[in-house]
Design a protein around this ligand. Structure first.
Ligand SMILES: CC1=C(CCC(=O)O)c2cc3nc(cc4[nH]c(cc5[nH]c(cc1n2)c(C)c5CCC(=O)O)c(CCC(=O)O)c4C)C(CCC(=O)O)=C3C
Ligand SMILES: [Fe+2]
Length: 343
């Protein structure tokens, strides 16, 4: 199949205080998130001057992808569009149409399956195409990459580097705590063609990163950044509740590794570097937060590899992956949508 462009697709975030509320309204429209939660999250953004780090991280990733493509003979323009804030997907798809793009591949800044990580991106791409009209470019999402070495290796190195910040004399009582964004249990159950895929993929990433970084230590996979109304069940335990339980198990320190994310965006710098670090401090636990891939050259090269899988005639044989879970290029027409949307 011939493609004439690549599109970086991300979540988006505000970059000035007056954009915080309109951004949060975009994110939560029709999602039943209580106003108290929105006000609380607005404070997190305002704590950083109303600037989410995520757009700058996307600009840096975009520049790195373009450089990598140029250095490796991939002659495709790279566009950037967000689900929730400027540059919005619909504007980007309109620009691609004006530039004569007919068929593009989308790299989404989430490694995983599930509604919020995969399906919602596809729905928003479809809505952007519908807004542009019948001759909008076709946009196909690249595959999920939870077990790709270009994702796993930067996370593993980061866990090793974080461990090296802690006292080596207390290594044996250090716990590796992997985190990912919590989602409603209904969304987790519906993730992937046969369900449960969000948690299963994260369990696989955790296993692979742990085996490469610190196989001698114990590890856990827990959740962060819970949203939604309190009566709707979400994946638990929350990372802070989990930390509280660790001293009784003889744990003296933690390396927290956000394997559910690709960059150090607000939910990493607030929920982990601010909140979880404070929780650990109160408990007397040593704390180090492992970095995310960001613009690690291996992660950037992975984007090119995923594109080549789709553009090279021998594409399917080029797939690099470390895990064993089933994997596919194109999601079934409908998966990941909970039977009843959380409200
Ligand atoms: C699985 C998942 C990922 C990982 C996949 C991916 O990366 O896409 C993710 C990423 C992110 N989530 C982000 C921000 C927010 N998420 C919210 C709310 C929600 N997230 C959810 C899930 C996820 N979210 C869900 C089920 C909700 C409830 C509302 C709904 O059902 O949709 C809200 C509303 C306020 C609140 O937190 O309650 C905000 C502001 C940012 C940007 C941070 C920045 O600005 O740097 C990023 C990267
Ligand atoms: Fe979120």
């Amino acid at each position: 199949m011939a493609y004439d462009a690549v599109m970086l697709v991300s979540f988006g975030g505000p970059e000035r205080p007056e954009d915080v509320m309109p951004f949060l309204q975009n994110v939560t429209r029709g999602r039943g998130v209580p106003p108290e939660r929105l006000a609380e999250v607005a404070e997190h953004y305002l704590h950083f001057g109303g600037v989410s780090p995520i757009n700058q991280q996307c600009r840096e990733l975009l520049a790195a992808i373009r450089e990598d493509f140029a250095a490796n003979g991939v002659d495709l323009p790279v566009y950037w569009g967000n689900r929730n804030w400027d540059p919005m997907l619909a504007d980007t798809v309109a620009r691609m149409h004006d530039d004569g793009v007919e068929r593009a591949l989308a790299f989404v800044t989430s490694a995983l399956g599930g509604y919020s990580s995969c399906r919602q991106y596809q729905e928003d791409i479809a809505a952007a195409r519908a807004a542009v009209g019948p001759d909008a470019p076709v946009v196909e999402k690249l595959r999920q990459f939870w077990d790709h070495p270009g994702f796993v290796e930067p996370h593993s190195d980061a866990v090793r580097a974080a461990l090296a910040q802690l006292d080596p004399a207390r290594r044996d009582s250090t716990r590796i705590v992997f985190t990912a964004h919590s989602v409603p249990t209904s969304a987790a159950a519906a993730a992937g063609p046969h369900g449960g895929r969000y948690e299963a993929q994260l369990a696989e990433t955790a296993r692979l990163v742990h085996a490469a970084a610190a196989p001698d230590l114990a590890y856990d996979l827990v959740w962060q950044s819970r949203s939604g109304p309190p009566q709707v069940p979400w994946l638990e335990p929350d990372v802070n509740d989990h930390l509280v339980a660790l001293p009784a198990q003889g744990v003296t320190g933690v390396v927290v590794s956000p394997i559910g994310f690709v960059s150090d965006h607000l939910e990493v710098v607030w929920d982990l570097d601010t909140e979880a670090r404070a929780t650990a401090g109160q408990l007397g636990l040593d704390f180090a937060r492992a970095a995310t891939p960001g613009t690690d050259p291996r992660f950037v090269a992975m984007v090119r590899e995923l594109v080549r899988e789709r553009t090279d005639p021998a594409g399917a044989t080029l797939r690099r992956r470390l895990g064993e879970l089933p994997m596919w290029d194109t999601c079934p027409a409908v998966c990941c949508v909970p039977a009843r949307r959380p409200s």
